[in-house]
Design a binder for this molecule. Structure first.
Ligand SMILES: *Cc1c(COP(=O)(O)O)cnc(C)c1O
Length: 395
């Protein structure tokens, strides 16, 4: 490799470092639980997407182990050649039944599901209207399709309507609105009742990426549409968050859409099938979610206790009903200092600052987990109190 190219890489890295934007990774030596081992210490973990505590659940480990024994380790094939086991179809049908759709199709990740969705379904005659804060994978998926693109300011319904009018005026054949169900930096829910009404008024389809909701939002954990009492035309989601936290994604929707995606979706046609252990654990996660009223109740009880505790100590939180609870520090350096002090005090959290959130909106994003005990939360609250004072955030 040429010196010029490598020195260009080094310069870019130096730029990232100089801006204070270098991300580093801590090495966790334990399962992903409410407490994790790092550097020989045990920390309370408040930054995993492990909403229902299934990532280290013995029933999922058992289901995965058993599946490896009777279905092997890897598939060594894409789905349509020789990579579809009985387990894959079982999980697709279970997901569809759970979400109330006709069928679903699995991908290696939701990043791939979102990368797969738009290109086969929409052509140059069509339009896609996307929320400005949508996940990177939706943005990339839309880039790959030939539909005309429109964007509306985050959750701005007047702007969404203006874009729908523009797409109709431009003569769009089909229009698809794409939104995250939950905007994960803030924990804010998409305004699905209003979006659904506008979609109906302008004869548009509604696609919702429900990665931060499936399994725990909605009466039975079906996600944000059920939580809001509306239906989405297409759903995407992940097995990598509440549903066990390993990996895997899906698109759920009407039969002809799923059938066409199986023929045309490039990340499905040209990438390996999920391994049986992951698929079987996904089925077990759905069992636990379907019987999961107690888990969901505990998750929201923990969220309420954590919010109340932080507010009482004097922290400034974003309002909300989701188990993502952002502690606002505004200043990037303060967010980093708080996260570092909390780490020393035995609490694992992550500071978020520009460019992940707007400048001046730095925060520590905390996330609740049904498996956190009252003692864990009290210990974490004491650490937040102390870290807040030590870093001058609380006075
Ligand atoms: C996490 C997430 C994804 C990516 O999911 P993976 O299965 O990890 O690829 C996509 N969209 C949203 C909204 C997410 O939060």
């Amino acid at each position: 490799m040429s010196d010029a190219f490598l020195s260009h890489m080094r310069d870019t890295l130096a730029g990232i470092e100089a801006e204070g934007l270098m991300k580093t990774e801590r090495l966790i030596t334990s399962p992903q639980g409410t407490r994790v081992g790092v550097d020989g210490r045990e920390l309370i973990n408040l930054c995993a997407n492990n909403y229902l505590g299934l990532a280290d659940h013995p029933a999922l480990v058992e289901a995965a182990t058993e599946a490896m024994r009777d279905h092997g380790y890897g598939m060594a094939s894409v789905r349509f050649i020789c990579g579809t086991q009985d387990l894959h179809r079982e999980l697709e049908q279970r997901l569809a039944a759970f979400l109330g759709t006709q069928d679903s199709i699995l991908f290696a990740a939701c990043f791939d599901a979102n990368g797969a969705l738009f290109e086969p379904l929409l052509g140059p005659e069509d339009a896609v209207i996307s929320d400005a804060l949508n996940h990177a994978s939706i943005i990339d998926g839309i880039r790959l399709c030939k539909a005309k693109r429109y964007r509306y300011a985050n959750s701005d319904m007047a702007d969404l309507e203006a874009q729908l009018k523009a797409a109709r005026a431009d003569g769009a054949r089909h229009i698809m609105i794409a939104t995250d169900g939950v905007f994960s930096m803030d924990g804010y829910l998409a305004k699905l009742p209003e979006i659904r009404a506008l979609a109906d008024q302008y004869d548009a389809l509604l696609m919702v990426d429900d990665c931060h909701a499936t399994g725990f939002m909605g009466p039975k954990g079906e996600g944000t549409p059920a939580h809001c009492g509306v239906s989405a035309d297409l759903l995407t989601g992940t097995l990598g968050k509440a549903l066990g936290g390993a990996l895997g994604g899906y698109i759920a929707g009407p039969q002809p859409v799923i059938d066409l995606l199986r023929q045309r979706a490039r990340p499905y046609l040209f990438s390996n099938a999920l391994p049986p252990a992951v698929v079987a654990a996904g089925l077990k996660a759905l069992d636990l979610v379907e019987q999961g009223d107690d888990l969901r109740a505990q998750l929201f009880e923990n969220s309420r206790y954590w919010r109340d505790g932080l507010t009482e100590i004097g922290f400034d939180l974003l309002e909300g009903e989701h188990p993502i609870i952002p502690v606002m520090l505004y200043d990037a350096r303060k967010a980093q200092a708080m996260a570092q002090r909390l780490y020393e005090l035995g609490v694992y959290v992550s500071g978020f600052f520009f460019p992940v959130v707007p400048k001046g909106r730095a925060r520590i994003r905390t996330q609740m987990n049904a498996a956190l005990t009252r003692a864990d939360l009290d210990e974490a609250l004491a650490a937040f109190d102390r870290a807040g004072r030590d870093t001058g955030v609380l006075t």
